[in-house]
Design a protein around this ligand. Structure first.
Ligand code: G1P
Length: 292
C-alpha cells in the first residue's frame, strides 16, 4: 500500500475567528508571511503526497487563486530584479497537483471527507485538517503514512490531552500493539465526549490516513454531535471492521481556528523564523519588561 493522495477539508465557515473570516478564509490567514494552508500543503508534500484535493466552499475562491500562477505579479517582481521572490511565488503553484472541490453544504467533517471519494478512488489517502498546523521534525502525516503502509491499514494521529480539554476533541479506547510503544490499536472513539463518556485522555488531532473502507462507513453514517456527520463516528465503525492504528505522533500541534490558538501560532512561528526570530524575541522581552 502506498499513500500518494491527500484531502484537505477547508470548507468550514471559521465562526471562531469572526469578523476576519467573514470574507477571508481562516486557512488563508497568515502565520508570519505564509497562509496556514500553505504549511498544511507543504507538510503533505514532505510526506510524499503528490495529488491534493482541497475542499472549499463558495466564499473561499482565494484559496484557488493562491495555488495558481500569477504572471502579472511575477513579471513585476522580475522586472525589478526580485528573481528569487518571483520564483518562490511561482513555486507555490507547483508544490503538488492541487485540485479543488466545493462542499456545497457544510454538513460536517465526515460529509466533507465523503465528498472526496471520486478523487481518491480505490487508493488509501491522507486527510489533513486545514486549520491544524503541525510542526514535527518528521512531518506528522509522514509518521502516519509510515505506520499505515507498514501495517496496511488506516492510521489516525493522536495525542494525550488534558482531561478537562478532551470534550473539545474526541476520546479513544485503544489497546497496545506487540513491540510498539507509539502505535496502538484503536477500538472505539467518541466525538466531543461528555464527562461520563470519556474513555481516555487520548484524542485524534487533525491528521489521518484511511483505506477506502472509510467510505463504506461514511456512506450510511448518521448525524452525530452537533447534528453533523462526524468523521470520528465513522472511524469508530471502521475500527470494528478493519484495523485502525492510533499513532502517538511527535511534534507540536497548533490550532489556528480560534483567536488565542491563532495568536499563539503566529508568535511561535515568528520566534522560530530565521528572518524575524531575533526581532520577535527582542520585542517580547521589551514588552515583558514594560509589563512587569
Ligand atoms: C475536529 C475533529 C475532532 C478532532 C479535532 C482536532 O473537531 O472532529 O475529532 O479532535 O478536529 O483535530 P473540530 O475542531 O472541527 O471541532
Amino acid at each position: 500500500m502506498k499513500v500518494r493522495k491527500a484531502v484537505i477539508p477547508a470548507a468550514g465557515l471559521g465562526t471562531r475567528l469572526l469578523p476576519a473570516t467573514k470574507s477571508v478564509p481562516k486557512e488563508m490567514l497568515p502565520i508570519v508571511d505564509k497562509p496556514t494552508l500553505q504549511y498544511v500543503v507543504e507538510e503533505a508534500v514532505k510526506s510524499g503526497i503528490e495529488d491534493i484535493l482541497i475542499l472549499t466552499n463558495r466564499s473561499k475562491s482565494s484559496m484557488e487563486d493562491y495555488f495558481d500562477y500569477h504572471p502579472e505579479l511575477e513579471e513585476k517582481l522580475r522586472a525589478s530584479g526580485r528573481e528569487e521572490e518571483a520564483d518562490a511565488i511561482r513555486g507555490i503553484a507547483d508544490l503538488a497537483n492541487i485540485v479543488f472541490m466545493r462542499q456545497k453544504e457544510t454538513l460536517g467533517l465526515g460529509h466533507a471527507v465523503y465528498c472526496a471519494r471520486s478523487f481518491t478512488g480505490d487508493e488509501p489517502f491522507a486527510v489533513l485538517l486545514g486549520d491544524d498546523v503541525m510542526d514535527g521534525e518528521k512531518p506528522v502525516t509522514l509518521q502516519l503514512v509510515e505506520a499505515a503502509e507498514e501495517y496496511g491499514c488506516s492510521a489516525v494521529g493522536a495525542r494525550h490531552v488534558a482531561l478537562d480539554q478532551i470534550g473539545k476533541y474526541c476520546t479513544l479506547r485503544y489497546e497496545e500493539m506487540p513491540g510498539e510503544d507509539k502505535i496502538f490499536r484503536l477500538l472505539d472513539a467518541i466525538e466531543k465526549p461528555r464527562p461520563e463518556e470519556i474513555f481516555s485522555d487520548f484524542a485524534i488531532l487533525g491528521r489521518y490516513v484511511f483505506t477506502p473502507g472509510i467510505f463504506t462507513a461514511l456512506a450510511d453514517q448518521k448525524p452525530g454531535y452537533g447534528g453533523e456527520i462526524q468523521l470520528t463516528d465513522a472511524i469508530a465503525r471502521l475500527a470494528k471492521r478493519e484495523t485502525v492504528l492510533a499513532v502517538d505522533f511527535e511534534g507540536r500541534r497548533f490550532d489556528t481556528g480560534n483567536v488565542p490558538g491563532y495568536l499563539e501560532t503566529v508568535v511561535e512561528y515568528a520566534l522560530s523564523s530565521p528572518e524575524y526570530g531575533g526581532w520577535m524575541r527582542e520585542f517580547i522581552l521589551k514588552k515583558a519588561r514594560e509589563l512587569s
